[in-house]
Design a protein around this ligand. Structure first.
Ligand code: PMP
Length: 410
């Protein structure tokens, strides 16, 4: 028995897509020119799959803040905050996040993934019960796996199904129910009916945790996310998010309306036993938070581009997974055709995401687009014209996918 035998079916799928040209899961950019353009070799690529929703990675203030933090503190923290202490920037960002959202407590983490891992695994103990949406992100699922609490899944975006399951669960002796949902879902770009979830949780005395990774900075009057957009931010117990999308950096945060959340710093293993975010990451996120607060026009621009692209792709007859929003996912009939098209799009100067099972709901194969406030109206027109061309080449693309599939299975 070879140690890698268990990866043979994954190897088969990987070999198959590599025969199409560039490996969609290993693409290398030689240079990123700005938030919406990159270079592969000397070919300019329009970036439409970066999650750089507000385009702040090249904002001069965010860049200057990161550079200043390196000059002040060096390149890394080289340890965890529990063992090696915090920097002024960590504390300042936590205070700013709490103040901006009106939450009582804020903790920052080294990635968004670790945020959910740490918070969910720690907040739910052996006597508690976790209720999670069926389409939860991998890091929510992994947080549940690490937690000692049993996990119950409810139907995607269904407060009624959650209600039924909480009723069936009944009173939890010496424990609590913790419900975990997301704001906007990363693959289809659909939004949770948050106010309805708040109502169900309140009726059952359950705590509500919302991952706003894809919605923080983008929705709500001051960019606090979908809970704010629905007017229920103050009723949500925990909000998590990431610095790797609208906040133009890397790291994550969890906020709580409960002051006592602070104590979990000394219990969360994925906080205690890993190095804290670097000074430059934190400083960039801090500067981006200021932009979220002071530049609502970024949210308006993003919404306008989203509406423009959504109606353009819809008019072309594409099967779109949700309404207009910064994530626009196009459902494709199968993985090999989606990968063939993905390669064709890259050859034609457009980078989007190829999303396939197990990372997608309903085992779907998707061409996933994420938009940025830095996209211009002309960029969106270009995306639509590239997809128009792709449509007119559909016969040839299907034939190519078929031949690669046949060669792979022979
Ligand atoms: N939550 C959701 C819903 C995500 O989509 C992601 C990553 N895309 C994360 C958390 C993890 O964030 P990070 O990349 O900062 O680890």
């Amino acid at each position: 028995m070879d140690i890698f035998d268990k990866f043979s079916s994954l190897q088969f799928r990987s070999d198959l897509v590599q025969r199409l040209g560039v490996d969609p899961f290993g693409v290398k950019f030689d240079r990123i020119l700005n938030a919406s353009q990159g270079l592969i070799g000397n070919r300019e690529i329009l970036l439409a799959g970066t999650n750089n929703y507000l385009g702040l990675t090249f904002d001069p203030d965010c860049m200057d803040a990161a550079i200043a933090a390196i000059n002040k503190h060096g390149t890394g923290t080289t340890g965890s905050r529990i063992a090696n202490g915090s920097y002024e920037e960590h504390v300042d960002l936590e205070n700013a996040l709490a103040a901006h959202t009106g939450m009582a407590s804020a903790i920052v983490f080294s990635t968004g993934y670790q945020t959910n891992l740490a918070a969910i695994a720690t907040l739910a103990g052996p006597k508690d019960v976790l209720f999670i949406d069926a389409d939860s992100h991998a890091c929510i699922i992994d947080g549940c796996r690490l937690s000692a609490a049993p996990t119950i899944r409810f139907r995607h975006n269904s407060p009624a199904d959650l209600d039924k399951r909480l009723t069936r669960q009944g009173e939890i002796k010496d424990g609590i129910a913790l419900v975990v949902i997301e704001g906007m879902y990363s693959m289809f770009g659909d939004k949770a009916p948050i106010a309805e979830f708040v109502e169900v949780c309140a009726r059952h005395g359950a705590y509500l945790y919302i991952d706003e990774a894809h919605s923080f900075g983008i929705f709500g009057e001051t960019g606090c996310g979908l809970a704010q957009a629905e007017g229920v931010l103050d009723k949500v117990d925990f909000i998590s998010g990431t610095f790797s999308k609208s906040l133009a950096s890397i790291g994550g945060f969890c906020l709580s309306r409960h002051k006592n959340f602070e104590i979990t710093r000394k219990a969360m293993r994925a906080y205690m036993f890993t190095a804290s975010p670097t000074p430059s990451n934190i400083a960039a996120a801090r500067a981006a938070l200021d932009k979220i607060a002071s530049m609502p026009n970024l949210r308006t621009a993003l919404a306008e581009r989203a509406a423009q692209l959504h109606s353009g792709l819809k008019a072309l007859g594409f099967d779109l997974c949700a309404g207009a929003g910064p994530i626009i996912a196009i459902r494709r009939p199968n993985e090999v055709l989606a990968a063939t098209e993905w390669n064709w799009l890259l050859e034609n100067g457009l980078y989007v995401n190829l999303a396939v099972p197990p990372g997608t709901p309903q085992s779907s194969s998707l061409l996933r687009i994420s938009l940025s406030a830095s996209h211009t109206k002309e960029d969106i027109e270009r995306i639509i014209s590239i997809f128009t061309k792709m449509k007119s080449n559909s016969g040839a693309l299907m034939a190519k996918a078929q031949s690669v599939l046949q060669a792979g299975t022979q």
